[in-house]
Ligand binder design. Structure first.
Ligand SMILES: [Ca+2]
Ligand SMILES: [Ca+2]
Ligand SMILES: [Ca+2]
Length: 126
């Protein structure tokens, strides 16, 4: 019994770095090898504050520095005031999260995060 759990622990320990290497640390603060929506939104909120250099509480397309295309920006800005509030920005994050999570299990694993939709989410949050 003891040996078996040791082997299991060692296998997990060996498997972890491979996972960790594939998921940006900022997206997986609890280091469980997956990104849940709360982690994605926390990272997005911190990024929003960092990019909002004039501290107006909104991001324009310049402040986003290429993270959203013009078309995606327009789609994310339903009130068309040419800026995204934090709520509007987090809505895009949630959309991309859901697009990257076809099994709807509440988390993105490394494979989901490295698929095309997962990459779009990572591009937004880098
Ligand atoms: Ca996690
Ligand atoms: Ca807006
Ligand atoms: Ca999933």
């Amino acid at each position: 019994m003891k040996i078996r759990s040791f082997v299991f622990a060692a296998t997990v320990a060996l498997a972890m770095p491979a996972y960790a290497a594939k998921i940006p640390a900022a997206l997986d603060p609890d280091k469980d090898g997956t990104v849940d929506l709360a982690e994605a939104k926390a990272a997005a909120g911190a990024l929003f504050d960092k990019l909002d250099k004039d501290h107006e509480g909104t991001l324009d397309i310049k402040e986003l520095q290429g993270r959203l295309s013009r078309a995606d920006f327009a789609g994310a800005d339903p009130d068309k005031d040419k800026t995204l509030t934090k709520d509007e920005f987090l809505a895009v994050v949630e959309q991309r999260f859901n697009a990257a999570n076809p099994d709807a299990d509440g988390t993105l694993d490394a494979k989901e995060l490295n698929g095309p939709e997962g990459k779009a989410l990572k591009k937004l949050l880098k």
